[in-house]
Design a protein. Structure first.
Length: 115
């Protein structure tokens, strides 16, 4: 027999609980969702071995996330691309996050040529 009874949490009858968030919170939710599921989104076994970089264009509502192996040649976390510039140049890679192959794989040299 348990001495501590877990109290059920519920919304009272006839009441609403409402969450209203702004753009920064939406960006935060999206960023955290991708980080929490990066193994699935980027088709990797261990998400702790990659580093992700994010950007958003508030005018267009476009979002970008770039992932790479966590360490470069100098054993420091590196992102050698301008994600804001890449966001403006790259077409959407997927219409939804809920399909396979939602990413493209592109080299740093190809990115430099694109931007």
């Amino acid at each position: 027999m348990s001495f501590f009874k877990k109290q059920e949490k519920t919304i009272p009858e006839g009441k609403y609980r409402i969450i209203k968030i702004g753009k920064d919170a939406i960006y935060e939710v999206l960023r955290e969702y991708i980080i929490d599921n990066q193994e699935n989104f980027f088709d990797v076994t261990d998400g702790t071995k990659i580093v992700t970089h994010f950007d958003i264009n508030w005018d267009t509502g476009e979002f970008i996330c770039a992932a790479r192996n966590d360490y470069g040649e100098n054993e420091h976390l590196q992102c050698n691309i301008d994600t804001a510039e890449l966001l403006s140049k790259l077409q959407d890679t997927t219409k939804t996050l809920f399909v396979d192959k939602r990413y493209i794989e592109i080299s740093e040299e190809e990115i430099k040529n694109l931007i």
